[in-house]
Design a protein around this ligand. Structure first.
Ligand SMILES: *Cc1c(COP(=O)(O)O)cnc(C)c1O
Length: 377
């Protein structure tokens, strides 16, 4: 069976976890600090704050952005559901905007139409690793006095107009779940250029504690911590961070390999009628976290049937990105919401296997079976 995705973990990661365990310091300590420093340097952001996953990163980003009860935050419905959930965690209301039918990223014009006096922020998603038009959204946010937060869960290693994702906005949230391009098991990171944000994020992730364990441990004088505000336990462990440091060193090489496989698919599938392959506009650099193919009206076979036939041939696939407003957790509050572009795109997309290292014969098998199913003799 060819899987849909696979984390690229080696002896180096296993050794790093092993070594960390034997140091006796296993949660948020020196390895987390080193991973943060390396991640900030990699992205070009001034600060990076590690947390337990991207969902908790988004939750803390909402808090430091000042989003609270009754506020509205505009985001795509077509995203993993954690995007919208993070808005609800602070009592705010997700307002779903449409996506661009070609890039699947948030549509700037439709977003502007949905701004009201209660809108506080825009949560911009870089869909499966393809950056959204950050400049356009920064301008929009500025014009209306809104905070721009980036959900870059899938976008580690992607770049926009020459700058790596993480370097553009004041709150950018990443995921290291195994389904993403690099993984720490679970894990997340927030990059920011704002020192006050960084400081508050570090407080919030550790129970609102004024002194972290490491400072207390290294102090020659006794210190008593204070708890300054309602905080959370959103720590990353040092075991995860040690793995993350290894993964980050390999990130560019992984992205390069992913892009090579994506180009193989582009070339081999380009002549099939009734489908649209992913594209990368000028100035946008995708890490190809997923390779999603859009099935058009004249496609030879319906999406679910295609998925089943691929599975019968030993090839895993996934449906395209979900829409949040049609999930039970959002119905009935969103029963009146209609987002035709997102709905049609979600229902008619299929994600193909792409991981590193992917065996040559497996790449060829995916191509051959996909072609056979979509080009009936
Ligand atoms: C994966 C994902 C998340 C959640 O990340 P976790 O680290 O699993 O919490 C959030 N947003 C998007 C767009 C994602 O793809």
């Amino acid at each position: 069976m060819i899987p849909i995705a696979k984390p690229y973990l080696t002896e180096a990661e296993a050794q790093a976890a092993y070594d960390t365990i034997l140091t006796g310091w296993i949660t948020q300590g020196p390895k987390v600090a080193a991973f943060e420093e390396a991640f900030a340097a990699y992205t070009g952001a001034k600060h990076a704050v590690a947390v337990s996953n991207c969902t908790t990163a988004l939750h803390l980003a909402m808090i430091v952005a000042g989003v609270s009860e009754g506020d509205e935050v505009i985001c795509p419905s077509m995203s993993y559901i954690a995007t919208a959930n993070a808005i609800r965690y602070v009592g705010a209301h997700p307002v779903f905007a449409e996506i661009d039918p070609v890039t699947y990223n948030l549509d700037v014009k439709d977003t502007e139409k949905r701004i009201t006096s209660r809108t506080r922020a825009i949560l911009l998603v870089h869909q499966i690793g393809l950056p959204a038009d950050i400049d356009a959204f920064q301008q929009l946010a500025q014009k209306h006095g809104l905070v721009l937060i980036e959900d870059a869960a899938c976008a580690a290693g992607s770049a926009y107009k020459g700058g790596r994702i993480g370097s553009h906005s004041s709150l950018v949230c990443f995921s290291f779940h195994p389904r993403k391009v690099i993984s720490t098991g679970d894990g997340g990171m927030i990059t920011t250029d704002n020192p006050a944000y960084a400081q508050r994020l570090k407080l919030l992730r550790q129970h609102g504690m004024s002194v972290n364990d490491r400072v207390r441990h290294e102090s020659a004088k006794i210190i008593f911590e204070e708890h300054l505000e309602l905080g959370y336990n959103y720590r990353m462990t040092d075991i995860q961070a040690a793995v993350g440091i290894c993964q980050l060193q390999r990130l560019d090489a992984i992205v390069e390999e992913r892009r090579k496989i994506a180009y193989r698919y582009h070339e081999a599938l380009a002549d099939i009628p009734g489908i649209r392959l992913p594209l990368e506009p000028e100035g946008y650099f995708s890490n190809y976290q997923s390779y999603s193919v859009r099935l058009l009206d004249d496609c030879a076979i319906p999406r679910n049937e295609l998925m089943q036939q691929l599975l019968d041939e030993g090839i895993s696939s996934r449906r395209g990105i979900m829409t949040s407003h049609r999930e039970r957790a959002y119905l009935p509050a969103y029963a009146d919401v209609s987002l035709p572009v997102s709905e049609v795109a979600s229902d008619n997309s299929i994600i193909l296997p792409l991981y590193v290292p992917m065996k040559e014969e497996d790449i060829e098998k995916v191509i051959a079976v996909f072609r056979r199913l979509l080009l009936p003799a």
